[in-house]
Design a protein around this ligand. Structure first.
Ligand SMILES: *Cc1c(COP(=O)(O)O)cnc(C)c1O
Length: 752
């Protein structure tokens, strides 16, 4: 501690007490970087490249200090000198280089790879603006650019790059690295490629910019709006830029290890995270042939290097590009893709597996499925659906390629860092082994009848709720009721996740309270979500939720019994405040549609009880904790799939037959909402729910209402609830990303 103090003060040029938070942040970043660098390990043997368009890493200071074992000392030293580490951490900008679960998963994986001591780096793009910043005025979502690279940054300039050819021009990439620290482990790197000519000043009106000026916009934004041709082409540019740089880096590093490129698989394995980096496959083949390998040898070795993770069965996410785009932007890949298509066609007469279809559309996932050596889903039910339904044609062709890797989360960020109170209790009762082996949490079950432990769990949750309530009051101006239930749904806004169904429940409760039926204690409904700017119905759902917030707030009959808050700009930093305070975890996607989910795991670890459908990892949570400790409702995945196959679901039938449903849906365009809301948005939403409801909110609404009511009623037995909470934390170790990564390594990567 003395040494740390001397070190800090030497760098500050003054005493800690006299430094301001910005100076302290800069100096802490410096010493953290140096400590991280010391833990790097020379690159020998086989190395993993986790290639992903998204890495939703969140703030790094606190996480790195924890992983490097410095957190406690730094925090105490600062406190002794009248400073607060939490306030210093506030100064960091969150790098939001991802949209949601897929990007956050990549970040948790990097943490676990380094913690387990594996040789593996991430490869992505250095977006100048990550996911847009959201604010909520006049009951709608407004978006603006979120600049995260300002002044002091975690990025290390590697002063190197590669020449990348696109549409007849050469673009010189520029590599920046971010250290990835393992918990008591080694340090790896996240490689982010950028382009020096990118010009932040072309952004105007929110997040609009000239989509044709590739030299100025290439790495400006994460996933630019792809609702028009220029936006879609920009995405192809980004994907090739990512893939080509990854291929160069991989080959470069293998050559530095003296690799015989014909045996490149001895030096490298690449995990292709969703279809965005798919061009890695033809690009590696192209670069290897330039290095002197024959096409056959190159194609052969690339097939031993590349593995693919599928993240969704939603058709719109399985990317397809017109061949014409590829001819324009990456003509060098087209002959390779044509040969790959030709060879794939010779393996089967099943035309549905073609890479280039009869309409000259290129199916990116099909490249991965034919030429990757492994295909994995991200939860057991998701992998089953891939094998039996969505990708049945491919699983007949390649039964051995398919495998499951149920997602996970890092318990360092999602329990140790975000919930210090619960962590301290766990350390006290179980010791600290759970930090690196989350299965150790199961030992908590021994305390399930211990009245003192149960009482402390309730106390901790209460304190976390009060902390969150203070933040929400400050940021959103809404006063939550901390003696009431905290029911939270935070995740991207999408119809399949069914925030609209939760809204209908809230309307139903509102009407019940108006009619004199009061809940046993106040209900706090908390939402957080961003919606893609081009996704109209998602904007309409946000609009409805914000109107409900105002209506409830202004209604003295109702607001003693219920509150609704839609928090602004949901991101990793906000998630770290929300999740420790969660009591009911809303995981209500239409069964079969949520591949896994990971917020369900974060809430579970922090002692919330899942209210969910039989979808994604909810199924595995249910198996672990049993029906006493989770609230399951709704039709199952097979029933949903059968409805889609027969096209026999008619939302209108449910609306017309059931007065409870009709009353809630009608409220959307009732006088109270219409008086303050946008009639066009509200009518469109109501119409969609009655005439389309593609994600079947109405089919499950009645069951949802009754199971949720039961859940809230059970909450009243406080010690029984505390026990449920304990069981959830105790069983959550199965969802450590350390477990997931061990499985990837044992079954796919096989690193030394
Ligand atoms: C964990 C996480 C997600 C994923 O949430 P799901 O509910 O699993 O979709 C999305 N965004 C952020 C900021 C997260 O931390």
């Amino acid at each position: 501690m003395r040494k740390l103090q001397e070190e800090l003060e030497k760098r500050l040029g003054c005493s800690i007490g006299n430094a301001d938070d910005r100076q302290l942040y800069r100096v802490l970043l410096e010493i953290t970087q140096e400590e991280a660098a010391r833990r790097e390990v020379p690159d020998t043997g086989r190395k993993l490249y986790y290639v992903s368009a998204e890495f939703l890493i969140g703030k790094l200071l606190g996480n790195n200090l924890i992983n490097l074992g410095m957190y406690k000392d730094v925090k105490e030293l600062l406190e002794q000198n009248g400073k607060s580490l939490a306030e210093i951490e506030e100064l960091e900008n969150e790098p939001s280089l991802g949209n949601g679960g897929l990007g956050r998963l990549a970040a948790c994986f990097l943490d676990s790879i380094a913690t387990l001591g594996l040789n593996g780096d991430g490869v992505g793009l250095n977006y100048h603006f990550g996911l847009f910043h959201q604010d909520l005025k006049n009951h709608i979502q407004n978006v603006s650019p979120d600049r995260w690279i300002t002044g002091t940054s975690w990025e290390v300039d590697r002063r190197k790059g590669y020449d990348i050819q696109m549409a007849g021009k050469t673009y010189r990439s520029h590599l920046y690295d971010i250290y990835v620290t393992g918990y008591e482990g080694r340090t790896n790197r996240l490689h982010l490629f950028d382009l020096d000519t990118v010009d932040d000043s072309i952004v105007r009106d929110g997040i609009d910019f000239d989509k044709k000026a590739i030299d100025k916009n290439l790495t400006l934004f994460l996933y630019p709006d792809d609702s028009d041709d220029d936006g879609r082409k920009l995405r192809v540019y980004q994907e090739y830029f990512l893939s080509a740089n990854a291929a160069h880096l991989l080959i470069d590093e293998a050559k530095a290890k003296g690799a015989d490129l014909a045996q490149l698989d001895k030096y490298a394995v690449a995990q292709i995270n969703d279809t965005h980096p798919t061009m890695l496959i033809p690009e590696l083949i192209r670069q290897l042939t330039l290095e002197g390998l024959s096409f056959d040898t190159a194609a052969d070795v690339v097939s031993k290097i590349c593995a693919y993770t599928n993240h969704t069965i939603l058709a719109e996410a399985l990317e397809k590009w017109p061949l014409a785009y590829l001819k324009e932007i990456v003509p060098q890949l087209v002959p390779i893709i044509e040969i790959l298509d030709d060879r794939a066609r010779r393996r089967t007469d099943d035309l549905s597996t073609a890479i280039i279809d009869s309409g000259d559309t290129v199916h990116m996932a099909h490249i991965d499925l034919h030429y990757g050596f492994s295909v994995n889903g991200v939860a057991r039910i998701h992998t089953r659906i891939l094998k039996e339904t969505e990708l049945a044609n491919f699983s007949r062709l390649y039964p051995d390629k398919f495998n499951n890797k149920t997602n996970g989360i890092t318990f360092r960020r999602w329990l140790m860092e975000c919930n210090p109170r619960l962590s301290a209790l766990l350390d006290e009762k179980l010791g600290t082994a759970w930090h690196k082996d989350a299965q150790e949490l199961e030992k908590l079950l021994a305390f399930s009848e211990d009245a003192d432990v149960l009482e402390r769990l309730l106390q901790i949750k209460k304190q976390n709720k009060e902390d969150l309530a203070a933040i929400i009051l400050d940021k959103e101006g809404v006063q939550l009721q901390t003696d009431g239930i905290f029911d939270i749904q935070v995740k991207r806004l999408h119809e399949y996740k069914r925030q609209q169904m939760n809204a209908l429940y809230i309307i139903h409760k509102y009407l019940e309270i108006k009619a004199g039926k009061k809940p046993a204690r106040p209900l706090n409904f908390i939402f957080g979500a961003k919606a893609a700017p081009a996704y109209i119905i998602a904007q309409d759902i946000i609009h409805l939720l914000l109107l409900l917030q105002t209506i409830i707030d202004n209604d003295p009959d109702v607001n003693p019994y219920m509150r609704l808050v839609f928090v602004t700009n949901y991101n990793v930093t906000y998630a770290e405040k929300l999740i420790p305070a969660g009591e009911v975890s809303e995981q209500i996607s239409l069964a079969s549609k949520e591949a896994s989910g990971t917020s369900n795991m974060k809430f579970m670890a922090n002692g919330a009880i899942t209210l969910g459908t039989g979808d994604g990892a909810n199924v595995e949570i249910r198996q672990l904790v049993g029906d006493d400790n989770l609230y399951n409702f709704g039709i199952d995945a097979d029933t949903v799939i059968a409805h889609y196959e027969k096209a026999d679901y008619r939302a209108r039938d449910y609306y017309e037959k059931d007065p409870v449903i009709r009353e809630a849906v009608d409220f959307i365009t009732g006088p109270q909402t219409m008086a303050i809301g946008d009639p066009q948005r509200l009518s469109r939403l109501k119409n969609d729910m009655i005439n389309k409801d593609w994600f079947m909110a109405l089919i499950d609404l009645k069951d949802y209402i009754s199971v949720k009511d039961q859940c809230f009623a059970d909450y009243e037995d406080r010690s029984a609830w505390a026990k449920k909470s304990l069981v959830n934390t105790a069983k959550s170790g199965a969802f450590s990303s350390d477990r997931t990564i061990r499985q990837y390594n044992e079954e796919i990567w096989k690193l030394g």
